[in-house]
Design a protein around this ligand. Structure first.
Ligand SMILES: Cc1cc2nc3c(=O)[nH]c(=O)nc-3n(C[C@H](O)[C@H](O)[C@H](O)COP(=O)(O)OP(=O)(O)OC[C@H]3O[C@@H](n4cnc5c(N)ncnc54)[C@H](O)[C@@H]3O)c2cc1C
Length: 515
């Protein structure tokens, strides 16, 4: 026996011991014979298909459609919610990043053959921690995914994003990710994907000897449903930031943060797969924004909204910490603000705006708080019940926000001088629009809010889920926010829906082609 045989033997032995100790998914009254001692199938499957997809978000719907379009004879999609519009994809603004799309070409953005550059840009923002194989897969297939949507009626407009040299972010004509869900869902039904809503997958069923997934156990209307998948199961159950316990367990820098994720993002696919020996990766990373607003005064309710304070600052307002001092370049994005907060141990941040700056922001941008219309925001400006305060002087504003008045006055005085001199000597910000000399002034109180997990299941370049020994688990695939490693340590807005659509499409093809 040579060295590699010995290693492989050892690995198989470890795997068997691992599954034994984990007590992998078993079904009551499973047939026990000496030859099939570790086969854990039910006595009878309720349904058999070739490809089974779990979750009807961007990744799952695209996986189901592409599996069917790639020749899978039967595709079943199980979704636990009553509607496909209750997930993070549908809540999202629908910004998607891609390179070499028809939409870019039509808009005169010459971006063909630039997948390698796009991949480099993604890896750079990810602080060199992204999995290069996954980023490459995303970059090389992103145009195909977006072009499919274009061919099915979505109108994309390329937009700038500071992470990219060219306009690689794409907005869609309905300004919401629900548009992709709608188009994919209608199409999936049309081509014969068997979609079952209100059907929650609770276990992956394996043949543990072969390290192979055979199908799933789901629950529908209080009854179990066993579905066999002969070619593959695709996990597309989304991220885990909808479960605040998981935020506290994994996102150590932001324990206690609010969440803006869909309540359906509970990391269930991850937990089910870990139970059968799957590995996870990048679990300590999530997209956390600095300007979160709690939905409730009840501290146990950690649901929140995102105030687009980082966009407001581009109209001139400043951001200070609990000591009343500026601590960061106010022009930075919301995730950079939260990273600075974490570094300095700030639980809250405070923004100060003049009325002119605020009106400028509202005139030029229709959305102040994601999930609110502008009238709701105007009402909050009048009533100041949730996160806004208003005062005629800086000292009074400081008092209302709980900040040291002397310090805030000193901060503003120093900053006003920078504006007059045209140079921010402390942080070098660019957007210095107006001094803080004449009230009324508005204050905004923000706190960290998490919503997109960057960690999840570990997959290889074929999107096969890997076990804890880095071996693919046969017939188990994953895509979307359920996987880890595509973003590395930091996230570019547009890369999550973008990679969920793209890798969902690829995972469906891979599963359909599997033997
Ligand atoms: C408010 C908000 C705004 C965002 N804006 C953007 C943006 O503009 N651009 C961007 O790139 N990203 C954005 N994101 C992130 C992005 O929306 C998600 O990361 C991405 O859409 C995830 O897609 P997905 O298909 O993996 O998961 P999801 O869309 O979350 O879908 C997962 C589905 O799986 C189902 N499911 C879960 N568990 C089970 C189970 N056990 N059985 C059956 N079904 C199950 C869920 O109900 C859900 O329908 C935003 C997120 C939020 C919350």
């Amino acid at each position: 026996m040579n060295e590699s045989n010995i290693k492989e033997n050892q690995m198989n032995m470890n795997r068997r011991m691992f599954f034994k100790s984990m007590g992998a998914a078993t079904v009551a009254a499973a047939p026990i014979s000496s030859a099939l001692a570790n086969v854990v199938s039910p006595k009878k499957w309720d349904q058999t298909c070739e490809v089974l997809v779990i979750g009807a978000g961007a990744a799952g719907l695209f996986a189901a459609v592409s599996a069917k379009e790639s020749g899978a004879k039967s595709v079943v999609l199980l979704e636990k919610a009553a509607s496909p519009f209750l997930n993070s994809t549908s809540l999202s603004a629908g910004s998607v990043n891609a390179t070499g799309t028809k939409a870019q070409f039509a808009a005169g953005v010459e971006d063909r053959s630039n997948a390698a550059e796009f991949a480099k840009e993604v890896e750079k923002t990810g602080k060199g921690l992204a999995d290069p194989q996954l980023v490459k897969l995303f970059a090389e297939n992103s145009a195909m995914a977006l072009d499919w949507l274009t061919d099915h009626g979505v109108v994309f407009t390329p937009q700038p994003n500071s992470a990219f040299r060219l306009k690689r972010m794409h907005g869609c004509d309905k300004h919401t990710g629900a548009q992709y869900v709608d188009v994919l869902f209608q199409n999936a039904k049309k081509i014969g994907v068997d979609i079952k809503l209100n059907t929650k997958v609770v276990e992956l069923i394996t043949n543990t000897e072969a390290n192979e997934v055979l199908g799933v156990k789901a629950e529908s209307k209080g009854k179990p449903l066993y579905v066999r998948a002969t070619k593959g199961v695709v996990i597309a159950t989304g991220g885990f930031c909808g479960d605040v316990n998981m935020i506290d367990k994994f996102i150590l820098d932001f324990r206690g943060a609010l969440t803006f994720a869909s309540a359906n993002s509970e990391g269930q696919g991850l937990k089910m797969a870990e139970k059968i020996g799957a590995a996870s990766t990048h679990m300590n990373f999530a997209a956390v924004y600095g300007y979160g607003v709690p939905m409730s005064k009840d501290k146990n309710n950690r649901k929140g909204w995102i105030f687009r304070g980082h966009v407001m600052n581009l109209y001139g307002p400043i951001t200070v910490g609990p000591d009343g001092k500026r601590f960061v370049n106010d022009d930075l994005g919301a995730t950079s603000i939260s990273q600075a907060m974490s570094r300095l141990g700030f639980k809250k941040v405070f923004q100060v705006a003049t009325e002119a700056q605020l009106l400028d922001f509202m005139k030029n941008d229709p959305i102040q708080v994601i999930g609110w219309d502008q009238n709701t925001f105007k009402k909050e400006l009048e009533e100041q019940k949730v996160f806004v305060v208003k005062a005629d002087t800086i000292a009074e504003l400081a008092k209302k926000m709980g900040l040291p008045a002397d310090q805030l006055e000193a901060t503003v005085k120093r900053y006003n001088q920078f504006v007059k001199n045209g140079k921010d000597e402390d942080f070098g910000r660019k957007y210095m629009k107006g001094t803080f000399e004449k009230g009324p002034f508005y204050g905004f109180i923000g706190q960290p809010i998490a919503g997109i997990s960057l960690g999840g299941l570990k997959v290889n370049k074929d999107l096969q889920v890997l076990d804890v020994y880095d071996q693919p688990i046969k017939h188990l695939y994953a895509a979307g926010e359920a996987i880890g490693g595509i973003h590395g340590g930091s996230y570019i807005g547009g890369n999550s829906v973008g990679s969920s659509l793209t890798l969902g499409m690829v995972a469906g093809k891979k599963a359909a082609a599997s033997k």
